[in-house]
Design a binder for this molecule. Sequence first.
Ligand code: ADP
Ligand code: CDP
Length: 212
Amino acid sequence: MVIAVDGPAASGKGTIARAIAAHFQLPHMDTGALYRAAALNLWRWGGDPNSEFEAVRACEDIGSNLEDPELRSEPVSRIASKISAYPAVREALLERQKAFAAQPGGAVLDGRDIGTVIAPDATAKLFVTATEEVRAQRRVRELLARGMPAHFDEVLCDLKARDARDTNRDSAPLAQAPGSIVLDTSNLSVEEAVAQAIALVRARLERLEERN
Ligand SMILES: Nc1ncnc2c1ncn2[C@@H]1O[C@H](COP(=O)(O)OP(=O)(O)O)[C@@H](O)[C@H]1O
Ligand SMILES: Nc1ccn([C@@H]2O[C@H](COP(=O)(O)OP(=O)(O)O)[C@@H](O)[C@H]2O)c(=O)n1
């Protein structure tokens, strides 16, 4: 069973994907962390995000970055969304994600193109969203809790720019996959969002069982 969870920045998709994975006892991959790890490499080297060549090189040896607290910082978020538009960067990170999705027993993945590119045949696809203001507020709270600087207006502006880049790029843009179920978490607590997501996946599994 493969569960695809996509959505814009700070919509709660990671929180939901982790909870679904724990509930159904499946491994989980945060695919945004791969793009962020490459962005962090590039940032630390002083590489140029406008160079596709340098961005592809930054995709090598990302393993040691995957738990780095800097991964969540705003500069890294910005660079990640810039370099993720390069087809060669997406290609460099593709196999790892596809292999994770194809492992025996299944998996849960969250990102932007899970239901469209990485696992188009996923058992269930969720598209998690929330208003821009709610998402920016959540990201501010998260950054402050991590001891990182955050101002609402700047975070909102960055989030809008990132969503626009992610949605308008040619290569695997952020989009609602065919057959995906939209979950708007604007007015939901974490507990309510998680409960609704699990109920949606359960309902989907029951429908599939009835069909077979
Ligand atoms: N429904 C919710 N209500 C309030 N805060 C939430 C909700 N869902 C997630 N959060 C918080 O918002 C922040 C971003 O959530 P996260 O799951 O990391 O989003 P994404 O993976 O879409 O970027 C985290 O600090 C998380 O705890
Ligand atoms: N499957 C994915 C996941 C992330 N990304 C890119 O990586 C950036 C960071 O992803 P993320 O999921 O960690 O971002 P947040 O939603 O947590 O803010 C996004 O802005 C996208 O540009 C992508 O292109 N495809």
